[in-house]
Design a protein around this ligand. Structure first.
Ligand code: IMP
Length: 427
């Protein structure tokens, strides 16, 4: 069966971009099924660094069709900016290599303004301020705008105006914020709609035909299990399903078509935004894992530039992600960053007021009270960045990976040891 799913197994930023890029090599179609331009996938090609927010990672593979599915929310202006930047970098986007679902919802400036306004209050969650939650709220409330409307720019402009006027009332009433210019935005978005309309189509139909023809489809997840609206650390989550169920609803494909579910986990943990993080580190070690920001791979948000919170590997959380998603394999990224540590710690259970928990608590208040119970493994000092096969890794690194496999009960089939395309070990 032809659908491979690629998902984040932690709190996002696991390096999904580089794994999708590798898997896209053998895919006819790469399809995004959730989230919006809150995502930030970094891909390095011959030293050039590209940051994708909304576009699927198959845009770098000639002949690959990319799909933005109905489960995605699209900011039209940011979408066009991303297309223009890629075209300037030698990767043109056309309706031949990209389709947008007519049922995908549109993010408007009103959504972004509401997100920013709420973030500046005490109720903020540390969002990316891209309007994600407010666009999905409108979708669920059945007052959202779908991408299909962009094929009728006049009606789209009218809807943008009406939406902005409605949001202006909320901005003034709830946050004391100034109004957005509804007429100017209607005009700006009508122009954007004209450029985007040729990409908009029935992508579920495209996918069904591709399945019938036996084409290989890669479903590319944004965000990750612990940011999933249902299974993550609510309310410190994003507003879509970043777990495997999101593939079915966000693309309109049948469950039986999925035969491979790859979870991507970083060799340690990171998180941006607020919310509980049991293995979080501070001090010297945190600075060491985060990096200074001088390198593109240092731990600073690809979308917001915020320093990421960092911590030891959390096997309790990974096991939970594996259970929800049914990972058939794991890709472990950034192993090279752990080189040079005397010992590496893995969290194998939580201590909650004296009780040992081995299941990840769904209640964020409980999770916030948990303390990590660690197992220490020897570190390694050998440079792993040149390793191209598993056996070339130091014995201590192999033991670390083996322990993660055993704790998650999922085989690690890919290990990345650096950002370049060839710094990926496949087993
Ligand atoms: P939102 O998706 O912008 O509403 O943000 C909700 C939470 O998800 C915040 O904690 C964000 O930092 C986090 N988040 C959203 N997208 C990503 C991502 O691609 N990587 C990591 N964290 C993310």
């Amino acid at each position: 069966m032809p659908i491979t799913v690629l998902l984040g197994a932690q709190w996002g930023d696991e390096g999904k971009g580089r794994i999708t890029d590798a898997l896209a090599e053998s895919a006819d179609i790469v399809a995004r099924f959730n989230g919006g331009d809150n995502a930030g996938h970094t891909i390095t090609i011959n030293g050039a660094v590209f940051k994708l927010h909304l576009l699927p990672s198959g845009v770098f593979r000639p002949g690959c069709l990319n799909i933005i599915g109905n489960g995605v929310v699209i900011n039209p202006v940011n979408f066009l900016k991303e297309c223009d930047a890629l075209a300037a970098g030698g990767f043109p986007i056309t309706p031949d290599n990209l389709q947008i679902s007519e049922a995908a919802h549109v993010i408007l400036p009103g959504h972004v303004a509401l997100d920013a306004a709420r973030e500046s209050t005490h109720g903020g969650l540390g969002t990316t301020r891209r309007g994600i939650g407010f666009a999905y709220s409108d979708k669920a409330a059945r007052i959202g705008l779908r991408a299909g409307l962009m094929r009728r720019p006049d009606q789209f402009a009218q809807a943008v105006r009406a939406h902005t006027q409605r949001v202006n009332q909320i901005l003034a009433r709830d946050y004391g914020c100034p109004s957005l210019d509804a007429d100017a935005l209607a005009e700006q978005y009508a122009h954007a709609a004209q450029r985007i309309a040729p990409y908009v189509t029935n992508t579920a139909r495209t996918l069904h035909r591709a399945l019938a023809e036996g084409k290989r489809i890669l479903a590319e997840g944004a965000q990750a299990a612990l940011l999933d609206i249902d299974h993550g650390t609510y309310p410190f989550v994003t507003s879509s399903n970043a777990t495997v169920g999101g593939v079915l609803t966000g693309l309109g494909v049948p469950a039986q078509a999925i035969d491979r579910v790859v979870g991507t986990a970083k060799a340690f943990c990171t998180r941006v935004g607020d919310g509980p993080f049991v293995t979080e580190l501070d001090g010297e070690l945190a600075l060491r894992l985060r990096g200074s920001g001088a390198n593109p791979w240092d731990e600073y948000g690809a979308t917001t530039g915020r320093p990421r919170r960092v911590g030891w590997f959390d096997a309790v959380a990974l096991r939970y992600a594996a259970q929800i998603n049914g990972f058939t394999e794991l890709a472990l990224t950034k192993l090279d960053i752990l080189t040079g540590l005397d010992q590496v710690l893995i969290c194998i259970a939580y201590d909650h007021h004296g009780e040992r928990l081995t299941d990840f608590p769904q209640d964020s208040a409980v999770l916030a009270e948990c303390r990590p119970i660690y197992e220490a493994l020897p570190g390694w000092s050998e440079d792993v960045r040149q390793a191209r096969c598993f056996d070339a890794l130091p014995a201590a690194a192999r033991a670390y990976i083996a322990r993660i496999e055993a704790l998650a009960n999922v085989p690690v089939t890919m290990v990345s040891v650096g950002p370049e395309r060839d710094q990926l070990i496949r087993r």
